[in-house]
Design a protein around this ligand. Structure first.
Ligand code: ADP
Ligand code: MG
Length: 318
């Protein structure tokens, strides 16, 4: 009998296995399972958010990516996780893996990309670690933020009958957006402060996969309306010219790294949320589905045909 490999568990199975093996102290409000851990804060009524995300050459960016963009992405995907909790990012560290031959200009460029984004969101770069990487550049960023106890938004807060909304068009981010996106920190904070959303996640693994995370955590199912899913131009372009057969809708459902926020909104708050959001940000909050008693996540076509969405989406070991 061959030993079990991580591929046999998949990314989510592996995380579940690690999670089962820890118990946490009362200082932990939310441990493994959400976009960021939530810890009791030093101040009354405030909680600490804590998250980390790594990007690796050949996995999250190609060797020809501009160093500034690599640095930008490393911090942006971490900011996105704080955004998904409705929090305010405060400070980040960079653990950098590179080779002795890595040009200093590459490291300078990475740091410049991080510094620019950190300044834009008033985040301090406060430390890190440096190590040799035989397998290309690896950037591991850890981030802390804060949020008021009564405002933080979990993945698990959706109730059946809530609307599913998203902050922007989806799919095809591999054509460029995955390196250049602006994390939805302001939008996430705005939605949380006004208590407009019952659950929230940032879309890193793909709409179908990340909506399932919200549904599983909330104990609901969902229906996505195929004709309401906002499709990015890049998704259409990839569907027409990409190396593998795909449809633009398929790309919007399954492509990863859109880094938009996906949230659920109670029906009585939807009109206010949609109109105030448009007024504030000059962009639509797209309504693309509804949660159900569950547990399935289904795609509803305009002619009323429907299909269960498979668990597809990005799995690091799939
Ligand atoms: P995200 O895409 O929002 O960064 P992930 O899907 O990477 O979230 O992770 C889901 C949850 O599992 C998070 O709460 C994360 O902290 C946790 N997690 C992921 N990998 C590990 C690990 N190796 N050990 C412990 N917790 C992990
Ligand atoms: Mg996330």
């Amino acid at each position: 009998m061959t030993a079990k490999r991580v591929r046999d568990l998949g990314e989510f199975g592996l995380i579940a296995r690690l999670r089962e093996q820890v118990t946490t102290s009362p200082r932990v409000v939310e441990g493994i399972g959400d976009d960021a851990a939530v810890l009791e804060g030093p101040g009354e009524g405030r909680l600490l958010l804590f998250a980390c995300d790594t990007i690796a050459e050949g996995v999250h960016f190609l060797p020809d990516a501009a160093p500034e963009q690599i640095g930008h992405k490393a911090l942006a995907c971490n900011l996105s996780d704080i955004a998904a909790m409705g929090g305010i990012p405060r400070a980040a560290t960079l653990s950098l893996g590179c080779a002795p031959e890595t040009p200093v200009a590459t490291v300078d460029g990475i740091w410049a990309g991080m510094r620019r984004l950190a300044a834009a969101f008033d985040v301090d770069l406060v430390g890190g670690d440096t190590h040799r990487s035989p397998a290309g550049l690896i950037l591991s960023v850890a981030i802390v933020g804060e949020v008021e106890r009564e405002l933080y938004v979990r993945r698990g807060g959706a109730k059946a009958g809530h609307f599913v909304v998203v902050t922007g068009p989806l799919g095809g981010s591999v054509l460029g957006k995955h390196l250049t996106f602006t994390p939805r920190v302001r939008e996430g904070r705005w939605l949380a402060e006004r208590r407009l959303v019952s659950a929230m996640i940032d879309l890193s693994d793909g709409l179908a996969s990340d909506l399932r995370q919200v549904c599983t955590a909330s104990g609901v199912g969902a229906e996505l309306f195929a004709d309401r899913i906002p499709i990015a131009d890049a998704a259409t372009e990839l569907a027409q010219t990409g190396p593998t057969a795909s449809t633009a809708l398929g790309r919007a459902l399954y492509d990863g790294e859109d880094f938009e926020l996906l949230a659920t909104v109670a029906p009585e708050l939807l009109d206010e949320a949609a109109s105030d959001y448009l007024e504030t940000f000059g962009e639509r909050l797209h309504v693309l589905g509804r949660t159900t008693a569950g547990p399935q996540v289904r795609l509803i076509h305009p002619d009323a045909r429907s299909q269960e969405l498979t668990a597809g989406g990005f799995d690091h070991f799939g």
